[in-house]
Design a protein around this ligand. Structure first.
Ligand code: HSE
Length: 309
């Protein structure tokens, strides 16, 4: 059995418009790297953290906390060292904390001979999400661990369903260079919704799932609508409405807030369409003078994966 493993930890788009806290998808071209090593010393030590200014102390680091949850459920007698190479910016809305939490527990499970199921790993990784945002939401860590699209059908008991990924689906994500903390963008949400909004929202969730399974791109596009969260959170995102309408005009199936923002995502049919949408989004931000990162990515069907050392 290996003593050390290097893993790719994918970025993820959570919510996917209509599925607040329940839907998510993993990306191929954006993600962190992590090296996890077995040690005789018990506990977890974060020995390196590059790319972001985040705490190294195990109890303050999401990878550390998720890893401790795994350790306490395991009969393994030793510990782990973790090196984290962050490429996903914290507070970007594409699952930075989830990538670290999911990557750590996935790698540890591999090094221990896979005693835990993917569902167990999601439960451990949710401890990291709780540390990062105050809420143990699973809609980023589930796709990071399972790959593809996932649905959190229930939180209690936790029930995760992996959803089909249509073969031509691509994602475009633009990240305006401001930081929005998930904890802050959750605070502004209302805690109740109207029945009328509920009806619209669960119609779209069902439509999106049906569209993903039947590979009906038009149905996917029609269902990428959020009547509950987007109208409130979009005020935090520069030129959101303009970016959204420009990307739809450029051929996106649909467009919305990635996770808790400020990144904006679009789903597209085919790579060339996703590139056109990226150009349209960039044009808007260039015009209004906002700096950004942009990503065009296929869907990551595997989730966290082993890399060559
Ligand atoms: N569902 C979470 C939220 C995702 O929107 O607050 C955070 O990335």
């Amino acid at each position: 059995m290996d003593k050390e493993i290097r893993v790719f930890c994918p970025a993820t788009i959570a919510n996917i418009s209509c599925g607040f806290d329940v839907l998510g998808v993993a990306l191929d071209n954006v993600g962190d790297e992590m090296v996890v090593r077995k040690t005789r010393k018990k506990g977890i030590t974060i020995t390196k953290l590059e790319g972001q200014d985040l705490p190294l102390e195990t109890h303050k680091n999401v990878a550390g906390v998720a890893g401790l949850a795994l350790l306490s459920a395991s009969d393994y007698d030793g510990g782990f060292e973790i090196e984290i190479y962050k490429k996903i910016k914290a507070g970007s809305g594409i699952g930075s904390s989830a990538a670290s939490s999911a990557g750590a527990v996935w790698a540890m499970n591999k090094l221990l001979g896979e005693p835990f199921s993917n569902l167990d790993l999601v439960k451990f990784a949710m401890k990291g999400e709780e540390l990062a945002s105050g809420v143990p939401h699973a809609d980023n860590v589930a796709p990071a661990i399972y790959g593809g699209f996932t649905l959190v059908r229930s939180y209690d008991p936790l029930d995760i369903i992996k959803i089909n990924t249509p073969s031509e689906l691509y994602a475009t994500v633009i990240h305006p260079q401001i930081e929005v903390k998930t904890s802050d963008s959750r605070k502004i949400l209302k805690t109740t919704i109207s029945l009328a909004d509920g009806i619209k929202q669960w119609g779209n969730v069902g439509g999106l799932i049906a569209g993903l399974y039947t590979e009906d791109y038009n149905l996917i596009g029609r269902s990428l609508t959020d009547h509950i969260v987007e109208p409130i959170r979009s005020i935090l995102i520069p030129a959101f409405d303009t970016v959204k309408s420009a990307s739809i005009q450029a051929g996106a199936l649909g467009c919305g807030i990635s996770g808790s923002g400020p990144s904006i995502f679009a789903l597209c049919k085919g790579k060339s369409s996703a590139i056109k949408v990226a150009e349209a989004m960039q044009k808007v931000y260039t015009k209004v003078g906002i700096t950004y990162d942009i990503h065009v990515s296929s869907i990551n069907l595997e989730g966290v994966k082993k890399m060559n050392p």
